[in-house]
Design a protein around this ligand. Structure first.
Ligand code: HEM
Length: 221
């Protein structure tokens, strides 16, 4: 049996990075926040505040909620890299799953309440109406990300492959922004605002990626 003759110096506690304070409330908070759009819709439906076309209103609200949570999920890594905040990355998975939940319910509203399961009309829409084509493609790209969001999938795929697969978030989010721009016919200020925020986030991500590649190339050569 090994006996310690001298007290080992205690390892220094890990330095706490900015923004990594104990944020135990974050996940419950974000899950609570996820229900705000649903609660607001239920309240508006109960008070007759959904307007003349409640189905289109609900469809639009769900689509907008999906986009907002997608933007939030996309912002997590740039925030960590730019400002050293670690807390957004802790809730990235939840934000992504909430975004997927809203995108799926948005699609189901379209499928059930808007098109009444008219598969022919739905297929024609997906093939012939460009804004539906890109919206549908965004949803298809998000589906494997939602399925593989668990730790067991990270293990099964291996971190590198899992990470590469999750780059699909970026084309998905870009298509979602295009979907919104193409859907709006007159005043495109709101969709354009989302598109600009997303373009800035994607540009940050791209610059950081290229810098990392360049630095890796420098050390190799
Ligand atoms: C990631 C996936 C998606 C996102 C983020 C998204 C987002 C949006 C947004 C933001 C709007 C406009 C909201 C507004 O005007 O306030 C919208 C409208 C719409 N979306 Fe999507 N969408 C997605 C996928 C889909 C899919 C898969 C379909 C159908 C195949 C679809 C069909 C529609 C339709 C029909 C409208 C117009 C509803 C109406 O005004 O009656 N979307 N979507």
């Amino acid at each position: 049996m090994a006996v310690a003759t001298e007290a080992e110096p205690r390892p220094a506690p890990p330095a706490r990075r900015r923004g990594s304070a104990p944020y135990g409330w974050l996940k419950p908070g974000i899950l609570l926040g996820a229900f705000v759009p649903v609660a607001s819709m239920v309240q508006r439906a109960a008070s007759g505040g959904l307007g003349a076309n409640p189905i289109a209103e609900v469809e639009n609200e769900l689509g907008l909620a999906a986009l907002i949570f997608l933007v939030a999920a996309t912002a997590c890594t740039p925030f960590r890299r730019l400002f050293g905040w670690t807390w957004p990355v802790r809730i990235r998975r939840e934000l992504g799953l909430i975004a997927f939940f809203y995108a799926l319910t948005h699609f189901l509203t379209y499928l059930v309440l808007d098109q009444f399961f008219d598969w022919g009309a739905i297929a024609a829409d997906i093939l012939k109406r460009p804004f539906i084509t890109v919206g549908f493609t965004a949803l298809v790209l998000l589906t494997p990300l939602a399925i593989t969001s668990t730790n067991s999938w990270v293990k099964r795929l291996g971190f590198k492959r899992w990470q590469r697969l999750h780059w699909l978030l970026y084309p998905a989010v870009a298509l979602a922004a295009v979907h919104f721009i193409w859907r709006v016919k007159a005043d495109i200020r709101q969709p354009l605002t989302y598109a600009l925020i997303l373009a800035a986030l994607l540009a940050v991500r791209l610059v950081l990626y290229l810098r990392k590649r360049y630095a890796a190339g420098e050390t190799l050569s």
